[in-house]
Design a binder for this molecule. Structure first.
Ligand SMILES: [Zn+2]
Length: 89
């Protein structure tokens, strides 16, 4: 009697058994309970929502017209004195 690994959990079961001795699923089928799929989807969604939200906020921030910052007047009051050649004459 050959032993076949369960496709769900990998436990070796006797050939022809209907249910895995370890996990109770059909060792021939790779079917997983639907709850695993929902859990996987939920995990993906939980991970994706912050990413999408952050990306969306980033795009909005990029599209938002930049508010003109109050420009501190850094105009230097010191004018470069241009040497006037006529003055020395
Ligand atoms: Zn199993």
């Amino acid at each position: 009697m050959a032993l076949k690994p369960c496709k769900v959990c990998g436990t070796l079961n006797g050939e022809g058994v209907d249910t895995c001795l370890s996990c109770g699923h059909d060792p021939e089928g790779s079917k997983r309970p639907a709850i695993f799929r929902y859990i996987a989807i939920a995990i993906v969604v939980c991970l994706a929502i912050p990413l999408i939200s952050g990306l969306f906020n980033w795009i909005l921030w990029q599209l938002k017209p930049k508010t003109p910052k109050p420009n501190p007047s850094k105009v230097s009051l010191v004018l470069n004195e241009i040497p006037d050649p006529l003055k020395k004459i």
